[in-house]
Design a protein around this ligand. Structure first.
Ligand code: TXA
Ligand code: MG
Length: 392
């Protein structure tokens, strides 16, 4: 059974010792809660995949307390070194994960058997203190069941992972400040950079900085939302490539559907269904013309007012406030339509909504984001609903 422990110097020290001894510790960051294990304990790292029921083809971010610790884990060419120095000076500690060529000492289990490792230094005070005491790199994905809504409080972690033995969850008593996960940026040896996941640090900020420093690079577009059909086709070659790895490590994965596997070694996080509540979730629209081609319609259905009776509306900017009386529960991610406020609220409001007694559906509000932080937010909203739209 998992255990929530208070945030005191004594318990942070005890948790760090447990982690070093091979146990799992969930800790808060400025983005979401992480589920950590010592990078040097392979069995503990595999326990993360078991606890989350996550396919081992989805690599883990390594969290470090300082740059020196990071240096041991990477092996960079001139281009990568230049980008690394510029970006870390500006954005670390903070919500930016850099995916870089790994040094020989990084275990394959955190890299989906590839050659690149994702690393970040979190900015949150508790995370920093904890990593300092651990003084080992900590592999940590978000501390939710695979595919479920990411956790922004100790209670969310407990709800998903209470049955995990030897798991310690560090208390925080308030929701994580940013509320959505870090921006993930891959810096390749061949001079290309790729945005693997949007977050609160925007690609325009990154590009501006690189350009100011006269770095020449190619920004490569990432294929975004992979439908189940494409996904199945494209996973075949990946499975061939990872077969040997499977044989060694995949016993616990028998129950994970093939459809949840990722496409290629550099395309994690492409699953259309992600951040998804345990109950039916859709995007509510009032004007089909408003849908941006960046977020394609996976299905479109008309619903009746009666179908709202047992539903929650999670609104944005009071767009559907007139339906308040028609639903079981109504809340607004941000009444003023502020993207940062909505990002902070999204995951905990989704988790509240799925717990409402007798509720059988969540309707999120469709909107056309007009900034990059808006895109990072809508990316999560869209995936929560698996791109399924409804209208009244
Ligand atoms: O804000 C965050 O990033 C949180 C906190 C706990 O730090 N962590 C987090 O981890 O969101 P996770 O595992 O839920 O998402 C990490 C994503 C992976 O799905 C993958 O897309 C990418 O980061 N990633 C990690 N390592 C990678 C690698 N070696 N190559 C490519 N992508 C990688
Ligand atoms: Mg996650």
């Amino acid at each position: 059974m998992a255990k929530i422990v208070q945030n005191s110097d004594k318990s942070l020290f005890e948790c760090a010792m447990e982690l070093r001894a091979g146990k799992l510790v969930s800790f808060p960051t400025e983005t979401v809660y992480g589920l950590g294990a010592s990078l040097w304990n392979e069995e503990a790292v595999l326990n993360i995949f078991r606890a989350k029921e996550r396919p081992i083809t989805d690599p883990l971010i390594v969290h470090v307390g300082n740059i020196l610790e990071c240096e041991k884990l990477i092996s960079l060419n001139k281009f990568q070194r230049n980008c690394f120095n510029i970006l870390t000076k500006e954005f670390w500690p903070g919500p930016l994960t850099l995916v870089l060529t790994a040094s020989k000492i990084v275990p394959k289990s955190v890299m989906a058997n590839g050659t690149y490792v994702g690393i970040r230094i979190p900015a949150h005070e508790i995370a920093q203190k904890f990593l300092r005491i651990c003084s080992v790199p900590v592999a940590a994905p978000s501390a939710n069941k695979f595919g479920h809504v990411s956790p922004t409080s100790e209670k969310h972690v407990f709800d998903d992972l209470k049955n995990v033995d030897d798991l310690f969850i560090i208390e925080k008593n308030e929701n994580c400040k940013i509320g959505i996960e870090s921006t993930v940026l891959k810096i390749q040896e061949d001079g290309k950079i790729k945005l693997l996941r949007p977050g609160s640090i925007c690609i325009s900020q990154i590009e501006k900085l690189l350009q100011e420093n006269e770095v020449s690079y190619i920004l490569e577009e990432q294929k975004k939302y992979v439908s189940r059909e494409t996904f199945k086709k494209e996973t075949i070659h990946l499975e061939e490539n990872t077969k040997m790895f499977h044989v060694k490590h995949f016993e616990h994965d028998k129950n994970v559907s093939r459809e949840t596997f990722l496409v290629g070694d550099e395309s994690p996080g492409q699953n259309l269904t992600h951040y998804s509540p345990w109950i039916e979730t859709h995007l509510l629209i009032n004007d089909q013309k408003n849908i941006s081609s960046e977020f394609p319609i996976q299905s479109l259905q008309k619903i009746s007012l009666r179908e709202l009776e047992r539903a929650t509306i999670l609104d944005f900017g009071k767009k559907f406030a007139h339906l308040k009386q028609d639903v079981l529960h109504y809340a607004d991610l941000s009444e003023t339509g502020n993207y940062t406020e909505a990002a902070h609220n999204l995951f905990h409001m989704l988790r509240e909504s799925e717990k409402i007694q007798n509720a059988n559906a969540i309707f999120l509000t469709q909107f056309s984001p007009n900034s990059e932080i808006g895109i990072a937010l809508f990316d999560r909203i869209y995936r929560s609903a698996s791109g399924k739209f409804v209208f009244l």
